[in-house]
Design a protein around this ligand. Structure first.
Ligand code: CP
Ligand code: NVA
Length: 303
């Protein structure tokens, strides 16, 4: 059977994605009950991080440990990747030693090239273009709190970045409406928007995007790798903070999500992220359960 990768949400079918969310909820219940489920004894996960991480590293590593397997953290600082060994060669070698690999890097092309030379499943743990693992956790959080996301309206407020692109793919795959409000010049990639068709509405006004929404979400104004743009972006995004006025435009039972790390007083007010509509801690926890479901699917098949 051909190796399956998870480089974007488009690599799985709608049915597979929905089954994955159901399985993630199941694995969460099992974990909370203290049930031991260790289907990955003697399996090894390779984790390549070319950018910082708290949630992604800990959730993958803890998830593999709970499954009875092992995880190896690899950074360019102390591997040959940082000294110019080609990504294709690294993929060929690592995939003869480990069973599954996750990568956090810059260019999407890099992870695609890695996957093309890998014998084992490769997971996108964030690139400049996408962050699909985060969307599994986000959809799981919505489903747990409000039920199916199909047909719902989601408001994305902020940068047309990797998270925004993954929300666009999620709108297509999980079948919801997505209203994006970003400053002019910070729109998502038009090709990614076009693929999702009439599910996407592009606006430049945060309150208009949030109007009647079931879910409101945002992300940092300057992503990893854009640190030197912080000051310029603070000015450009000044009108795009998710605050109480923006949340008041959404449905009264709307939930607030943020992939984290968050900057209170920039993209979100403390009153919103620490307020009653915020489910960001459940969302963060779900990285663990959703990625366990993902690794199980890629290595052991559908459950
Ligand atoms: N949301 C997320 O991916 O967090 P980390 O950067 O801490 O992994
Ligand atoms: N857009 C952010 C997401 C961090 C999880 C970044 O790429 O830095």
């Amino acid at each position: 059977m051909a190796v399956r990768h998870f480089l974007s949400l488009l690599d799985l079918s709608r049915d597979e994605l929905n089954a994955l969310i159901r399985r993630a909820i199941e694995l969460k219940t099992m974990q909370q009950r203290g049930e031991i489920y260790a289907p990955m004894q003697n399996r090894v996960l390779g984790m390549i991080f070319e950018k910082s991480s708290t949630r992604t590293r800990v959730s993958f590593e803890a998830g593999m440990a709970q499954f009875g397997g092992h995880a190896i953290f690899l950074s360019p600082r102390d591997t040959q990747l940082g000294r110019g060994e080609p990504i294709e060669d690294t993929a060929r070698v690592l995939s003869r030693m480990v069973d599954i690999i996750m990568i956090r890097t810059f260019e999407q092309e890099k992870i695609e090239s890695f996957a093309a030379h890998s014998r084992v499943p490769v997971i996108n743990a964030l690139t400049d273009r996408y962050h699909p693992c985060q969307l599994l956790a986000d959809v799981q959080a919505y489903v747990e709190h409000r039920g199916s996301i199909q047909g719902k309206t989601v408001a994305w407020i902020g940068d047309g970045n990797n998270m925004c692109h993954s929300y666009i793919n999620a709108a297509l795959q999980f079948d919801f409406q997505l209203r994006i409000a970003c400053p002019p010049g910070y729109e998502p990639d038009p090709a990614i928007v076009a693929r999702a068709g009439d599910r996407i509405t592009l606006l430049h006004d945060a309150q208009a995007a949030a109007s009647g929404a079931d879910l409101v979400t945002t992300d940092v104004w300057a992503s990893m790798g854009q640190e030197e743009e912080q000051a310029v972006r603070e000015q450009a995004f000044a009108d795009f903070e998710v605050d109480d006025a923006v949340m008041a435009c959404a449905k009264p039972d709307a939930v607030f999500l943020h992939c984290l790390p968050a900057h209170r007083g920039e993209e979100v007010s403390a009153s919103v992220i620490d307020g009653p509509q915020s489910v960001v801690w459940d969302q963060a926890e779900n990285r663990l359960h959703a990625q366990k479901a993902l690794m199980e699917f890629l290595l052991l098949g559908p459950r």
